[in-house]
Design a protein around this ligand. Structure first.
Ligand SMILES: [Zn+2]
Ligand SMILES: [Zn+2]
Length: 254
């Protein structure tokens, strides 16, 4: 499994891009940043987009991706997520008002885009991976995922506040090799983090006790860039044995 971090922050500014991971060159986990990071040939290779939730920072570039590549495709771009997520994306983005409904745009024998609902909390198969999901604690329906390829798995928290089920799933990911976890606000903004379903470094430390996997390299993402210096200082003060704060552009191979 190869994971390329296209965007790892909770908002956009010059040098900071919203959440998106490219898996094996053809699969995306969230769609916050694509078209500003990949040339058109690489955009055209993406055939599956898996979404954690419908917040704009995780879906915005799906609009420009499909717009850029729909004439180059020989099959639909498959957008996979639990039904509540897809309903939001269809109703509020691809609704022929904000952006065209590319699932209705026929490319001859197939639509440009296809929405594939995932059964909540049920494992599904995508490429070589068995993927598990759990709902997180976030104001809209959101899930975290564990991608298991048999000889190793990778955990993605999605956006989340304090929760139990997600960390239980994470703890039990078989042969866990990497964990991507969110932290969005500095400790002094804990109330805002709680209200918006996010974590501060202090809250992350509490959640990591439930996770119970200090042996696994931790990749922190979704920092709000305007608070980055504070968040980094506070994360470093946790003295986690193998934590990396993502900046975007990293490539991991397991
Ligand atoms: Zn969110
Ligand atoms: Zn987000």
């Amino acid at each position: 499994m190869q994971i390329k971090v296209l965007g790892s922050h909770g908002s956009r500014m010059p040098g900071f891009n919203t959440s998106s991971m490219l898996i094996d060159g053809h699969m995306l986990l969230d769609a916050g940043t694509i078209t500003s990071r990949l040339p058109i040939e690489e955009q055209a290779k993406i055939d599956i987009v898996i979404l954690t939730h419908a917040h704009l920072d995780h879906i915005v570039d799906l609009s420009f991706l499909i717009d850029n590549v729909f004439t180059l495709r020989s099959s639909p771009l498959r957008v996979m997520a639990p039904e509540p997520v897809l309903t939001s994306v269809r109703d509020h983005l691809f609704n022929n008002e904000i952006w065209p409904d590319f699932s209705k745009l026929s490319m001859g024998s197939f639509p440009a885009m296809e929405f594939v609902p995932l059964k909540v909390d049920a494992p599904f198969q995508v490429g070589p991976y068995t993927v598990h999901m759990r709902q997180t604690n976030h104001p809209v329906f959101t899930v975290g995922y564990c991608f298991d390829q048999g000889d190793g798995s990778v955990f993605f928290s999605g956006d989340t506040g304090t929760t139990d089920a997600l960390w239980t799933m994470g703890h039990h990911c078989p042969k866990l090799k990497l964990a991507f976890v969110e932290t969005s606000f500095p400790n002094r903004l804990r109330k805002i983090a709680e209200a918006s379903g996010h974590l501060t470094p202090e809250m992350l430390a509490e959640e990591l006790k439930k996770f119970g996997r200090d042996d696994v390299p931790l990749k922190v993402f979704h920092m709000k860039p305007q608070f980055l210096d504070e968040i980094v200082t506070e994360l470093e003060a946790l003295h986690h044995p193998c934590m990396q704060i993502l900046a975007g552009g990293e490539v991991f191979t397991i």
